[in-house]
Design a protein around this ligand. Sequence first.
Ligand code: GLA
Length: 334
Amino acid sequence: MSVRSLREVFKGDFDIGAAVNIWTVDSAAELIKAQYGSLTAENEMKPVNTQPAEGVFTFEKADKIADFAARHGMKLRGHTLVWHNQTPDWFFEAPGGGPADRETLLRRMRDHIRAVAGRYRGRAYCWDVVNEAVADEGEQWLRPSKWHERVGPDYIVRAFEYAHEADPDALLFYNDYNECNPAKRDKIIRLVKWLKEQGAPIHGIGMQGHYNLESPSIAEVREAIERYAELGLIIHVTELDMSVYAWDDRRTDLKEPTAEMLERQAERYEQLFALYREYRDVIRSVTFWGAADDYTWLHNFPVRGRRNWPLLFDENHRPKEAFRRVVRTAGVEA
Ligand code: GLA
């Protein structure tokens, strides 16, 4: 039985992508080639991997993914240039010890972006320039981080400027999670408006899309898309997956997902894709955070010893009910 290709089914709507790593480009190569039209490196382009020590750049792993994308005619999303996580400590330390000052940090940021975005110029057509800079809880607007504390809020503006300088053709994104939570959404909007006032070259908002069977509600997702779209930028869904557990569900006993979980997941995915299609003028790309359920960052996270099944293909790379329902939103049968 031949299976429809997501890439083909949604061709007139948006790109369909998957996050991959140096192992899954081998273990899921056939599935990736058949289904996805865009790749994101799960970890391989992050600062911790690309510049482990100052001036020491390591691109073998990132190149493996970029080469795979090029060889199979796929797009490549760059991820990620500036983040508080997975960034080596040396970035923030002065040569003689102690905290590095603002000038040093900005120089390092610029050198890093120039090297990384410069290397993939003409290959990565877009970049997540700054990842997760907004605070999750409370009144605080921007997350406290070493970038924020030592440079000031304008570190975000500078990152976009440096990225534009390194690759003037790349589309530049601000990327974040919990992006449909109304309070956080409004902080993200405030950030994007401020960036535009500052003249930062920002082109899009990355809605990560780490969801579960209960939240966010489809109404919240719709509201977030509407509000982001009003900013006049494009939207990419950058890291879509759907945990079969509610956030506070700590169960570790399941060896496979229950029928109820799979049905609810299929229903939610169908609702999401119907919504994405309504907004296809602004949503230009939808990337899953993984290719199939045999490998997902959600195995063992946030609960150790627990498996999860958050994607459209099962552990044997066969389409799940969620796949059939997603395909159906485009008016074709799987
Ligand atoms: C965030 C990051 C991703 C990845 C996920 C977990 O969403 O943007 O790069 O680290 O967390 O896999």
